[in-house]
Design a protein around this ligand. Sequence first.
Ligand SMILES: Nc1ncnc2c1ncn2[C@@H]1O[C@H](COP(=O)(O)OP(=O)(O)OP(=O)(O)O)[C@@H](O)[C@H]1O
Length: 624
Amino acid sequence: MTTATTHEFQAETKKLLDIVINSLYTERDVFIRELISNAADALEKFRHESLMHGEEELFDGHMPLEITIDLDEKKKLLTITDTGIGMTKDELLANLGTIAHSGSNTFLTQLAEAARKDVSLIGQFGVGFYSAFMAGATVRVRSRSWDGSEGHEWVSDGTGTFTVSECPGLHRGTKVIVELKEGCEDYAKKWKVESIIKQYSAFVPFAIKLEGETVNTVQALWTRNRSEIKDEEYAEFYKFIANVSEEPMYRLHFSTDAPLAINALIFVPKDNLEIMGFGKIDPGVNLYCQRILIDQHSETILPEWLRFLKGVIDSEDLPLNISRQALQDNALVAKIRRVISKRFLKFLEEEAKKDETGYLEFWKTFGIYLKEGITSDFEYRTELGKLLRFETSKSADGTPVSLSDYLLRLQPDQQEIYYINGPNRAAIESGPYIEMFRKKDVELIYTIEPIDDFVLSYLGEFEGKKLVSADKADLKLGGEDKPVEEKKEQAEPVLDDQVAADLVGWLKEKLKEQVADVSISKRLVDSPAVIVNPDGFMTSSMERIMAAGRFEKGLKPEIGKKNLEINPGNPLIRRLSELITEDEPFAVEIARQIYDNAMIQAGLLVDPLEMVARNYRILNRVVG
Ligand SMILES: Nc1ncnc2c1ncn2[C@@H]1O[C@H](COP(=O)(O)OP(=O)(O)OP(=O)(O)O)[C@@H](O)[C@H]1O
């Protein structure tokens, strides 16, 4: 006696179904690809289990691993059957009632947007199974798990609910029966289905039998000889594994025999879904052993910061029956990871040498991952350092350059590489930090992204030269010690040493709540004052980010005390030195405003209410 139970789809799933049914109908063909790909996944999973346990031990272990497609034009039916891992009743309820991925509303909004722009993106979001409703008025899923428990049937018309009932007598695996909607009758025609399989599923590693006839050639492209593979074959393979319709940006196919036997076929996609705002992506490289899938979307075979890569890594040296858990602490896996990561970084370096413009395209799209690599993975810092690109005071606007390029332009006595953070080129170039660099013709790297200062601070040095932020106190540029002469050339009067020392003492006293120290600047040319960092470890930009993080958590943003350097040749500073005796209260206002302005130029937070009130008091006095 079988009783059907009725269940509501999870709210997000309903929305998803609505998008699938109402917005994606222009690209209906992909539903066949999605169902075949699910069938292939289930077969891969079963194959892996049978390697672990021995197939005689498993339920229906003797059945050939394949996908069968049957068509019934009269009844308007398309049926896709696999002998894969199957689903228990609980799995049917969980897998086909909810969204596997981050089932949030933002995800759905973004999905709807993506669907409007490029429907081929949907596969990457795991809409997968639900795409059956693009063509199906009703979809039936009959499944029996490899654990041998009784089979069940899941049925839905994709509106609000689905039912699940017992379904005795099934073999292991899953049968998806799509009752085609009006207008979708072609999907019960052999020529149509065959052409879709050829287009989308040529690389499925199991036989696909369409009405009794095998329509794909099962092959593992990555194990074939490179010289025999055509560009189109690579491109087709990439589109298949990445579920996209455009070609990759880069491709790397390489094999090693000793000390490890590895075949790797790796692609860099055209787009970066993460920077398009789709949240963190899953790793895109699958781990195989002797052409058998061991770990799909493997989190262990490559470092996390290479998650944007798509492809296949196959190593004969891995034990076939290794479990996912065991992969994590397997020394061989760690070795393969190192070999492939280093090889990939070398590949990027070579590509950059061959075609820097092409590389800059990559850098713009995926550079953020390389930066993540530097801050999270000590092992690859040297290689990653060579791949960084930044704009500098000597680069063209919008065209970043490498650190190696920077080294070519070092001044004869320059010992360090300098950088400064700012929101953009114009802001940095009008700020105080660049002044001395300009004067001494020393190149300055502009770190525009918030993460950049962390990256350079983690990197520490490049080819033996220390990386130093230009907001560090005690900065020693090459050829210093000439400032006095040069100041004279400017014909600007400079404060007398004693007067300057008095002013410094006075400022230290009046700003003691705000600053750690005040000193006469050797670096400023025009600006009255500049904020520098006494410890030289954290740059102002790093502190700003950490303070913003505290602020977001509802904590008080904390900024360590800074040093203030003043320019004794600047008219405002000279006038301030007189004002401290003539009208001390007003001098204090001016000093505080100078300090706040310098903080703002350093990109640091000031108290806006106090600052604006003071600013008005000063303005009133000027006009009044
Ligand atoms: N033929 C099948 N055999 C066994 N399990 C299946 C089958 N089809 C779907 N499933 C299960 O249902 C889940 C949801 O499938 P769905 O296609 O929606 O997403 P997905 O396959 O996880 O994501 P993606 O399509 O992006 O790979 C799968 O993860 C799998 O566990």
